[in-house]
Design a protein around this ligand. Structure first.
Ligand code: SAM
Ligand code: SF4
Length: 343
């Protein structure tokens, strides 16, 4: 272990200890539990994907240890993501153990929704507070074109199951792409508003190369998406900050909030409070940069302790870059696809 590191208190008081060199406090992690998925969305994956071999990915026990280390360092919120979290075998045992972590205030899940019809009650019982469900089209053929293999009906059933289970603030995520679904902005907003749930529109990010289209031609700005929505809904901007690239507005007269996640056209990096851990155990300090630390090496080193893992995480905060530079040719662009990043 690096002897220059400050000694770490042995206590697990869950006080915030993750502060980066720009003074930002990290209290939120996105933990990827798999790079695999039962869909192949055109913006996220190529058609023929090679997935990581089993020994290269963290075991469920290692994922639990990473989550525990972060909560002991003051992380209050964990979002499980992937790939598709629900395709990892025995993922429910991990979720149940995370639901019991002292210090954790919010356990969240991002899913394509295809298996929620089966899992919604178990997820609620395990302590998942909120669920984000991705859906990019309400037309079955088009849904299949975008997801390449997904069935719209399974996702709609999953959304209904999550609503029936009474999850707090269910949110839909839609990536709007020119030539794919830009004419469905209002239909997707209506679908969410009719059900009293939230929806966020995401600008497509240049993470790896998309095999079916040139991203620069398909990316729709959220300013345009918002203008379409405002043809029908009055939007009242929320003062609440999400400490990320998203901003939410209340649809006046309705329960739903409409969100705009605009990493391309707006840079909100100064508020960033999050890091990601890939399923390979790579602590990724920024979605749009490659700065990272290998936690798997520490986890699998028989001479390293849990306290060593926490020290490495604390030290890694100094590597967190100030901001991302999507589409800025002066800066190296990420080559990893979203499924290996943890969305
Ligand atoms: N499989 C789950 C799902 O689809 O919700 C979780 C993982 S997925 C990578 C997380 C989110 O990332 C999804 O909402 C997806 O739409 C979004 N996403 C994937 N690739 C993206 C890209 N290149 N640009 C913007 N959003 C992307
Ligand atoms: Fe799978 Fe989610 Fe990526 Fe679609 S966005 S391919 S559902 S991981």
């Amino acid at each position: 272990m690096n002897s220059r590191l400050k000694p770490l208190s042995k206590s697990t008081d869950h006080k915030p200890r993750l502060i980066d060199s720009f003074g930002r406090q990290v209290d939120y992690i996105r933990l990827s539990v798999t790079d695999r998925c039962d869909f192949r969305c055109v913006y996220c994956m190529t058609e023929d994907m090679t997935f990581l071999p089993r020994k290269q990915i963290l075991s469920l026990e290692e994922l639990q240890q990473v989550a525990r280390a972060f909560t002991e360092l003051g992380v209050k919120k964990i979002r499980l993501t992937g790939g598709e979290p629900m395709v990892r075998s025995d993922v429910m045992s991990l979720i149940e153990s995370l639901g019991k972590l002292p210090g954790l205030q919010e356990l969240l899940l991002t899913t394509n929704g295809a298996q929620l019809d089966n899992y919604a009650p178990a997820l609620k019982a395990a302590g998942v507070n909120r669920i984000n469900i991705s859906i990019d089209s309400l037309d079955a053929d088009r849904f299949k074109r975008i997801s390449r293999v997904g069935e719209l009906d399974s996702v709609l059933a999953g959304i209904d199951a999550a609503i029936a289970e009474g999850f707090d603030r269910i949110k839909l995520n839609s990536v709007i792409m020119r030539g794919y679904n830009e004419d469905e902005v209002l239909a997707l907003a209506d679908y969410a508003v009719d059900r009293g749930i939230d929806i966020a529109f995401i600008e497509e990010m240049p993470l790896g190369e998309a095999s079916d289209h040139a991203r620069e031609e398909t990316t729709c700005s959220n300013a345009w998406v918002r203008s379409v929505i405002e043809e029908k809904y009055e939007l009242l901007d929320s003062a609440e900050k999400t400490a990320g690239p998203s901003r939410y507005s209340q649809a006046v007269g309705h329960r739903s909030r409409i969100g705009f996640i605009s990493p391309i056209t707006h840079n909100f990096c100064e508020d960033c409070n999050r890091v990601r851990v890939t399923v390979e155990g790579r602590l990724l300090l920024c979605l749009g940069n490659e700065h990272s630390v290998d936690l798997k090496a520490v986890l699998r080193d028989s001479n390293s302790t849990h306290e060593d893992l926490k020290q490495i995480i604390i030290a890694a905060m100094d590597l967190k870059p100030e901001r991302h530079y999507f589409y800025d040719k002066k800066h190296v662009q990420p080559v990893r696809l979203m499924n290996t990043t943890g969305g």
